[in-house]
Write a protein that binds this ligand. Sequence first.
Ligand SMILES: [Zn+2]
Length: 368
Amino acid sequence: MIQNIAPWHFHNEFHNVPPSGDDLVLDIDENGILLASDSLRPPRMCEWKKAGGRAALTYAFCLTADDAPKNDVGNDGQKKDTDSAVRSAEKTCDERGRAAVPAESDKGRHAGEPAAAESPFRPEAPSWIAEQKSDAAPHSFDSAMSAFRPFVHMFGEMRCFLALRGAGESFPAPEGWVRIAPSALRGHPAPLPFAAATALHLFRWYNGHRFCGRCGSPVRHSNTERALVCPDCGEVCYPVIAPCVLVAVTCGEKILLTRYARPGASRLVLVAGFVEIGETAEQAAAREVMEETGLRIRNLRYVGSQPWGFSGTLATGFAAELDGPDAIRLDTSELAEARWVSRADIPPCPDESSLTMTMISRFARGDL
Ligand SMILES: [Zn+2]
């Protein structure tokens, strides 16, 4: 599944730290995420700045790898704090002639913006602006996997920062770079699809919560947690995650598969739906199956969960048995079809990045 990124590890703890030259920039806009056109990797900050990237950068998450030094241990095996890690990164940039130096004169406003007061993104701490002072050419790598690895070996962790712009601002992909829809990266080597999906989730949340929903004032970034704070009324807004359920309804050697009615939906998938306010995930599973197919279920069994940043959801997967008649009453407002498919007739899944496809494949193998 998309979150299974071994040998990589995902660390989503919030850190109020500035980016340095070798940190990665996850730059998303309506046209997709910015990646190197040859290797499909995100740019390092110094590359991004050199290519004309301008935006406020906020810490998103970091990734470590099993065969690299851990995130809190330096190359010398000594424990190092965040500040020393930053200093180490800056020193490394200096040694390679690619200094990433915070510009004192720019503190308090964001790159590419005339003044902080004009931006809805105003961190309580100064925003971090780095000057690109190098003519060094961007690295090229053979694959997305190999593209990530050098940074992990260099710093013990690969820190990713999210680019945030004002409404209507964009950054067309410069030469050598391309924008690709995060969902189109499914099936690529880990951890790129997961990183892109998670960045997309964060991007949409930041982008859709520029102003306080209570009083309408521009919000600020919290210094202590991943939250947006209203400076006028004190309202605190946390990332929005929508829980949904997936249900593998089985009847002996058959499984219930459906296809969405929306244009372009061609895959056979499981019954799925959002958890409504006031109900449990189990109740949502039974309700969705009944609403979409008119079937009753029993022996509901939890299978697993999955963060799915493409739609901002947390999917919870269940297996259940048919309870009663197997005649389907289709909800044509949501589904184009729903049918019972024998284990032997299940088509091969194009990829198992989603919990839905993983559960269908498991049933086909007799493992669900
Ligand atoms: Zn407010």
